[in-house]
Write a protein that binds this ligand. Structure first.
Ligand code: ADE
Length: 313
């Protein structure tokens, strides 16, 4: 159940919040820290300026983000509470407002930039939380499609909080049933798809060559993120997006000296050009093959949200 049903029943407006510092900025939106004047509870409010949405032609993006957040907020899983929640939305003549969970500790990229690379037990813990989150997301038929350290926020207790669902896709029943087969798509999807590419370093080859979206593109991103936590840099690097895309299409990356064997094995099995051949891609309902990989040995995935995360250093 969304929390907005538990909140006062009247429609909220910007006057119900005291707006504070800017938490993040995009081409048509700004995320502010805001305090509810009635409860003093803190939220992150994403403010999307209508004229900027129209100028940037981001109507689809905003619609998708709201739809996806609504599905996720109605389906909170106790052992996978790893997503921003949408508490309510409102609008005024200039802007749309999304009232979201405030993730106090910033994003994973900030920590990676600060410490370089993570110690093995940290990469393992945060990798496991991402797997647990992806399992829930994919069970709901949602593919994130722009998973990257910047979109992985951290709560006050240092658990992950995944955000930015503007590139997400909710798969329909046919796509869910026939996960790895080609099938026809409607004209709107094809038109929209022609302009969609996620963030260069984490984008999967099938998104680049515009074949069908499957949950497996998030498994590719998981491989890139595990590599980055362990090595300190993403696997595919270059001076331009084009140079990065070339390397992705050729699967051109290397492991630095000292990259541990277990981490090397799981990343190699996730960074596979053919989406259906990635580790986990054939699992149905639960990412058993990913969770039972030796890289994650000793972790209880269902209990992760209850334990104190290892200190990042
Ligand atoms: N930056 C962007 N979204 C955020 C959120 N929900 N919490 C904290 N910082 C953010």
């Amino acid at each position: 159940m969304t929390e907005n049903l538990e909140a006062p029943p009247m429609k909220r407006s910007a006057n119900d919040f005291i707006f504070g510092k800017v938490l993040g900025e995009g081409s048509f939106s700004t995320v502010f820290l805001a305090k509810d004047v009635h409860t003093s509870k803190e939220f992150a409010i994403k403010v999307c300026q209508k004229r900027h949405i129209i100028r940037e032609k981001k109507q689809d993006y905003v619609k998708r983000e709201k739809e996806t957040l609504l599905v996720l907020s109605k389906n909170v899983k106790e052992s996978a509470p790893y997503f921003v929640r949408l508490y309510c939305t409102f609008q005024d003549p200039e802007s749309l407002y999304f009232v979201l969970t405030y993730a106090k500790k910033g994003d994973l990229l900030g920590y990676l930039n600060k410490v370089g690379s993570f110690e093995d037990h940290c990469s393992k813990f945060y990798g496991a939380e991402i797997v647990q989150a992806l399992e829930h997301l994919h069970c709901l038929g949602i593919v994130h499609r722009d998973l990257k350290p910047e979109n992985i926020l951290l709560s006050e207790s240092m658990h992950i909080v995944i955000t930015d669902f503007g590139s997400a896709k909710i798969l329909n029943c046919v796509e869910m049933d026939e996960k790895n087969k080609e099938n026809s798509e409607d004209a709107g999807e094809l038109k929209r798809k022609s302009s969609f590419v996620g963030t260069a370093q984490y984008v999967s080859p099938e998104i680049l060559n515009r074949t069908r979206t499957t949950p497996s593109c998030d498994l590719w991103a998981l491989g890139c993120i595990i590599y980055q936590m362990v090595a300190g840099l993403p696997p595919f690097r270059g001076h331009s997006d084009y140079a990065i895309f070339q390397k992705i299409m050729k699967l051109e990356y290397e492991y630095p000296d000292g990259f541990p064997d277990d981490a090397r094995d799981i990343v190699t099995q996730l960074l596979v050009l053919e989406p259906s051949e990635r580790l986990g891609a054939k699992d149905i309902g639960s990412y058993t093959s990913v969770k039972s990989h030796p890289f994650f040995s000793g972790l209880d995935f269902e209990e992760l949200h209850k334990v104190k995360p290892p200190e990042i250093c």
